[in-house]
Design a binder for this molecule. Structure first.
Ligand code: EPZ
Length: 416
């Protein structure tokens, strides 16, 4: 398995260009299954998860090309409505094919996604909403089998503003008969991007960016072109890298409003950040002030940046507290950071970070995508060499990470 070798303790500088959003791509690609015609998607990040979603679509009969961050995709002739265990167990977002397959075939057989490192991640809200639209389900041998003649629009209330359930039910509502209203919907920018894409294809969705999405079903959708929004989590990741180890970092191709909560928290630590329209400029501070963070649904502080922010705070001045409210098991990086000399304790969903003077290199292990980035950041902060194992987690969601860091002067190498 591949590893990273990082020699940290250096001060970096330069500029980085943010890639397209992984989570927007993972919602918009399955949405193409609703469209009998050619779709062109630009600014698609070349990531393991994106290439995998394209394989899922190909396994169902779709055709695509993917070059220079542009996807040309045509799902006019689908031949299967089955998403196998082998596929879904590798990437939970494959579950997004469920609603489109129900529209295309009147039935779908999709493996129930298992849990993952950060939690058991049920899909009960996806199923409940689809049942509201008239879909009947059976659970057999770990597969959910759905069938419906024609989905009928309904008012659906989400017990929790789940990103996945909101995407799934938008994919269901756009071709259902009549009106579908999703209440207590998630408001993440990736959902707004999905709705903008679907409206370009002829859907009628209102309430974008709000917690009540109003959809008037249409008979069909047609091919279109769309450019994926920049990845706000990669933006936040590099903003934290700048705050920790860069004397001058310029981050380009971003939408600052998408990470307002993160920028606000970083400013609270005493770091100076300036923003122009789609650029951020950061200058590190030697010892960040201690702060408290609570993760909540958008537009509040995002759970995906909890781990990277913890690395940044590990050498802060005093005590910081991070409370994780979205996932039940998202502190795997704590033990790894403590191996680098951090002083962090957890009790349930709360982490107590006692700032230390300095981190020191060691062998550590990535457990999931964002924890993986938090370890890269800690490695860049730590003196001497840090070896990070299981970096395949990181490849899922950060395009060209080591090249982007090398360009800033970071000493990071991928070793086989
Ligand atoms: C999406 O996951 C993202 N993934 C995650 O990013 C992100 O952390 C998460 O949203 C929260 O923002 C993609 O977009 C592909 P949820 P998702 O449904 O849709 C519970 C990354 O690193 N829940 O909003 O799975 C669930 O257990 C990944 O890019 C139910 O109980 O998140 C969790 O506790 C990690 N029942 C909470 O809601 C359901 O039916 C939030 O989950 C669905 C969710």
């Amino acid at each position: 398995m591949e590893k990273y070798s990082i020699f940290g303790g250096k001060i970096l500088s330069g500029e980085v260009i943010i890639s397209g959003s992984k989570n927007s791509s993972l919602a918009i690609l399955p949405a193409c299954l609703l469209i009998k015609g050619k779709v062109t998607l630009r600014n698609v990040p070349n990531l393991k998860d994106v290439r995998f979603m394209l394989q899922v679509i190909e396994s169902l009969g779709g055709e695509f090309t993917f070059e220079d961050n542009t996807v040309e995709i045509d799902t006019s002739s689908l031949k299967s409505f089955i998403a196998s265990y082998e596929i879904v167990k590798q990437m939970r977002a494959s579950i997004y094919v469920l609603a489109p397959l129900l529209h295309r075939f009147g039935e779908a057989r999709v493996s129930l996604p298992g849990g993952c490192a950060i939690g058991n991640r049920p899909i009960n809200l996806h199923i409940k909403g689809l049942k509201d639209l008239g879909v009947e389900f059976q659970l057999e041998h770990g597969y959910i089998e759905g069938s419906v003649d024609k989905m009928k629009g309904q008012e659906i209330y989400l017990d929790f503003p789940s990103v996945g359930a909101t995407c799934q039910l938008i994919l269901a509502g756009v071709l259902a008969e009549g009106k579908t209203i999703i209440l207590n919907a998630a408001k993440e920018p990736e959902i707004e991007d999905l709705c903008n894409f679907l409206n370009k294809a002829g859907a009628q969705i209102e309430g974008l960016g709000t917690n009540s999405i109003n959809i008037t079903g249409v008979v069909s959708l047609s091919g279109c072109e769309h450019s994926i929004i920049p990845d706000r989590i990669e933006t936040g990741s590099f903003t934290l890298l700048g705050a920790a180890v860069c004397e001058d970092l310029v981050i380009k191709n971003i939408i600052p409003t998408h990470i307002e909560a993160v920028i606000d928290k970083i400013k609270e630590t005493g770091v100076s950040i300036t923003q122009e329209k789609n650029t951020i400029r950061i200058k590190r501070t030697a010892r960040p002030k201690n702060i408290d963070i609570k993760t909540l649904p958008y537009p509040a502080f995002p759970t995906d940046l909890q781990a990277p922010f913890m690395s940044f705070l590990s050498t802060s001045d005093g005590f910081s507290i991070i409370h994780e409210t979205i996932f039940e098991n998202r502190f795997h990086h704590v033990a790894e950071l403590n191996r680098l000399g951090a002083d962090i304790k957890t009790e349930g969903q709360t982490a107590y970070i006692k700032g230390v003077k300095q981190l020191f290199g060691a062998q550590i292990m990535a457990s999931d995508l964002r924890a993986g980035f938090s370890l890269v950041l800690a490695g860049l902060m730590a003196d001497d060499e840090t070896i990070i194992n299981r970096i395949y987690h990181i490849d899922r969601g950060y395009e060209n990470l080591e090249n982007k860091i090398k360009k800033l002067g970071g000493d990071i190498k991928r070793i086989k």
